[in-house]
Write a protein that binds this ligand. Structure first.
Ligand code: MN
Length: 286
């Protein structure tokens, strides 16, 4: 199943090149008074609603995907978790380019663990990436993004994938500079998720997915998730030892080599095998 969000709060089921409006499923998410739960209501209920979502899609006329504006496929993630340096080739690149990386000691993930990005940085591929500091360097980072489906606390790597709802393409947009990662990677629109969520049963094993990213038609990043230092199950196990993972939490798994600068007017095309492709525009903030 491929689920998307589009226009203003519409929920869609993607079939081929068409999107079918299944927004009516939101009525089945129950009444939640203040304070709201910390998880994403749709992702938490997804397993039990799949037959109803398919039935709604059967009744809804399809619209071409290229005629709608896609927003992030998870509306309300409680956490955006990210892996700092999780491909050996990117670690080498970062250690060699100390000017771009501001003389910071670039450590391996098993030493420094994970970091968090602000949930307000979440964006979809239909919204432009806005560069808040056009006078400074901002980079693209292509990453497999994992969406948690079941509450996870102290899970083992063997049990980890059973807690995944699905996968998206992630862009971890990064302002270069001396500040903490969590600040530089949390600007508005700096966490792009798209184009849709492919459920875990449809995607299968996430450990051998090829991916690539182009800027203005030029290939910048090419990788395969088999080269992750910490695999998807390892990352989930690590994260769940530190904090409870809730349905809808997103885990950015880290970027391979080839990170590079983006500027206003650029067009990013990102593809991950068995998920799809998305195009995102870049704008310099006024
Ligand atoms: Mn990253």
């Amino acid at each position: 199943m491929r689920l998307c969000q589009f226009e203003a709060g519409r929920i869609g089921l993607v079939r081929g090149t068409q999107v079918h409006d299944v927004t009516a499923i939101a009525a089945r998410l129950g009444a939640h008074g203040y304070p709201l739960p910390r998880h994403d209501l749709l992702i938490a209920a997804l397993d039990g609603l799949r037959a109803e979502i398919e039935a709604l899609a059967d009744q809804a006329a399809g619209r071409p995907l290229d005629s709608v504006t896609l927003s992030a496929p998870v509306a309300n993630p409680g956490k955006l978790i990210a892996a700092p340096v999780n491909y050996l080739d990117h670690l080498s690149e970062a250690r060699e380019d100390l000017i771009v990386f501001f003389q910071q000691k670039v450590e391996e993930i098993d030493k420094i663990g994970l970091f968090l990005k602000a949930t307000s940085s979440l964006s979809g591929c239909g919204q432009a990436i806005r560069l808040g500091f056009p006078d400074r360097r901002t980079d693209h980072e292509l990453e497999l993004a994992v969406v948690i489906g079941r509450t996870a606390r102290h899970v083992t790597p063997d049990a980890a994938l059973a807690h995944v709802a699905g996968y998206c393409i992630g862009l971890d947009i990064t302002l270069r500079g001396p500040e903490e990662r969590s600040l530089r990677k949390s600007g508005d629109t700096h966490s792009v998720l798209g184009p849709w969520l492919v459920t875990a049963d449809e995607l299968g094993d996430p450990s051998g997915l090829s991916m690539h990213l182009d800027v203005n038609g030029e290939r910048r990043q090419t990788a395969n998730t088999r080269d992750l230092i910490l695999s998807v199950p390892d990352l989930i196990a690590l994260a769940s030892r530190h904090y409870t993972l809730h349905p809808g939490d997103v885990l950015f798994t880290g970027t391979p080599a080839g990170v590079g600068e983006i500027r206003g007017g650029d067009v990013i095309d990102a593809t991950i095998e068995r998920i799809g492709s998305m195009r995102v525009r870049v704008e310099a903030a006024q």
